[in-house]
Design a protein around this ligand. Structure first.
Ligand code: GDP
Ligand code: MG
Length: 360
C-alpha cells in the first residue's frame, strides 16, 4: 500500500506526497526493504513503436537486390590506409593531412568495372569499435593493411581482434612492397601466428601485395574485394525507406549541418524525413562524398553521402531512420534529447507511481 511505501521512505529520511515520482534506485531500495522483486516497465513510446516497426521490417526475398560491399581499412598507423584509399579514388588526401594523421572519417563509393565498392577510412579503431558498440556495424569486409617492411604491430593485432569480433571477412593488403626493406615472408609468418593463414600457404585468408606509391596490386585488391563480396552475396531492398548510420557530422557556417551518412538498406532521397539520434530534419540536399559539387537526388544502399537538412549535428555512429511524418521525427528527437539531458543530470530516471506498487 502507498502508506507503507511512504512510511518506508520516511525511514530513509524522505517525506513524499502520494503523487511523488520515485527514481529507479529509490524504488529498488523500497522493494529490497520489503523483500519483493521489482520489475521496471519502460513506458511504450512513439519511439519504441515507430523505430521498432522499422527495425522489424523484413524484406521479402523477391525485393532483395545485390548491393555493393562496404569495406573498412584497418591497420597500424602509417601502414598506408589513407594512401591506398587515395590511390584507389585517384586523389591525394594524405599530403593534406595535419601531421599525416587522418582526422575525419572518409567514405567513398567507387566503380570497379560494372560493380561498385564502398570504402570507409577511419581515424582509428576507436571509430570502428565505437560504431559496433552502438550496434551500428557498417562494415561488410575488413581490409587489414600491413606494411611489409614493418610487419604485424600492436595496432595490427588490435585490428585483427576487432575484425574477428565483428565476424567480417578479412583481406590482407601487404602494403609498401616497393620499399627496399619489405619482407613479405616475415609478415606472412606473423599473420599466421595471429590466426590469419594466407591462402598461398593453404589457409583461407587472401593476401594481396600492394604499393600505394607504385599502384602495384591495387587492381588485384579490388578484384579480391569483389570476389569476397560475391561469395557473401550482400543484398538490400532498394525500394524501402532508407536506414543507415551517421559516420560524422558538423555544423558548417554556410550550409548549416552537414552530415555524412551511409545507407545500410533502402534508398535515401532528397525530401525524406529523417531522425538520427536526437536530431531530425528533412533531407534538403545530398552531395557526392568525392565531388562535393555533385548533387544527388538519391543514395542507394551502401552509398555514403553528405546530407544537409538536420536541425543539429547528429553524433557519429547514430543510426538514422526515414519516417513519414515530420512531427513524429521531431517528437522522437526531442524525447531522446530530453533523455540525454536527464541522464547527464544524474542517473536514469524512470517514473514509478504508487499505483504501480499497489498493483502487485
Ligand atoms: P595510415 O596512417 O595507415 O593512413 O598511413 P598513410 O597512408 O598516412 O601513410 C603513412 C606514410 O607511408 C605516408 O608517408 C605514405 O606516403 C607512406 N606510404 C603509404 N603507403 C606506401 C607504400 O605503399 N609505399 C611507400 N613507399 N610508402 C607508402
Ligand atoms: Mg590515415
Amino acid at each position: 500500500p502507498a502508506q507503507v511505501v511512504q512510511r518506508t521512505l520516511m525511514s530513509f529520511g524522505q517525506m513524499v506526497t502520494i503523487n511523488a515520482m520515485l527514481d529507479t534506485e529509490t524504488a529498488e531500495l523500497i522493494a529490497a526493504e520489503h523483500g519483493v522483486d521489482l520489475k521496471i516497465k519502460e513506458p511504450e513510446t512513439i519511439e519504441d513503436t515507430l523505430i521498432s516497426q522499422i527495425e522489424d521490417q523484413i524484406d521479402e526475398d523477391s525485393d532483395l537486390a545485390e548491393r555493393p560491399p562496404v569495406v573498412t581499412f584497418l591497420g597500424h598507423v602509417d601502414h598506408g590506409k589513407t594512401s591506398l584509399l587515395d590511390k584507389i579514388i585517384g586523389l591525394d588526401v594524405v599530403s593534406g593531412e595535419a601531421g599525416g594523421i587522418t582526422q575525419h572519417i572518409r567514405a567513398y563509393i567507387v566503380d570497379k568495372g560494372e560493380k561498385k565498392i564502398s570504402f570507409v577510412d577511419t581515424p582509428g579503431h576507436e571509430a570502428f569499435t565505437e560504431m559496433r558498440a552502438r550496434g551500428a556495424n557498417v562494415t561488410d569486409i575488413a581490409v587489414l593493411i600491413v606494411a611489409a617492411d614493418d610487419g604485424v604491430m600492436p595496432q595490427t593485432e588490435e585490428a585483427i581482434s576487432h575484425a574477428k569480433a565483428a565476424e567480417v571477412p578479412i583481406i590482407v593488403a601487404l602494403n609498401k612492397m616497393d620499399v627496399p626493406g619489405a619482407n613479405p615472408e616475415k609478415a606472412l609468418q606473423q599473420l599466421s601466428q595471429h590466426g590469419l593463414l594466407p591462402a598461398e600457404w593453404g589457409g583461407d585468408v587472401e593476401v594481396v601485395k600492394t604499393s600505394a606509391i607504385t599502384g602495384e596490386g591495387i587492381d588485384t585488391l579490388l578484384e579480391t574485394i569483389l570476389l569476397t563480396s560475391e561469395i557473401h552475396e550482400y543484398k538490400a531492398n532498394p525500394n524501402r525507406d532508407a536506414v543507415g548510420v551517421c559516420l560524422e557530422a558538423e555544423q558548417e557556417s554556410d550550409r548549416g549541418v552537414l552530415a555524412k551518412l551511409i545507407v545500410k538498406n533502402g534508398t535515401l532521397k532528397v525530401g525524406d524525413i529523417v531522425v538520427c539520434g536526437s536530431t531530425y530534419g528533412r533531407v534538403k540536399a545530398m552531395y557526392d562524398t568525392l565531388d562535393s559539387r555533385k548533387r544527388l537526388e538519391e543514395a542507394p544502399t551502401s552509398t555514403p553521402v553528405n546530407v544537409t537538412g538536420f536541425d543539429e549535428a547528429p553524433g557519429a555512429g547514430e543510426k538514422f531512420y526515414v519516417l513519414n511524418d515530420i512531427a513524429d521525427a521531431r517528437e522522437i528527437a526531442e524525447m531522446r534529447s530530453d533523455r540525454t539531458r536527464a541522464d547527464k543530470l544524474g542517473g536514469h530516471t524512470v517514473k514509478v507511481s504508487f499505483e504501480d506498487f499497489q498493483e502487485r
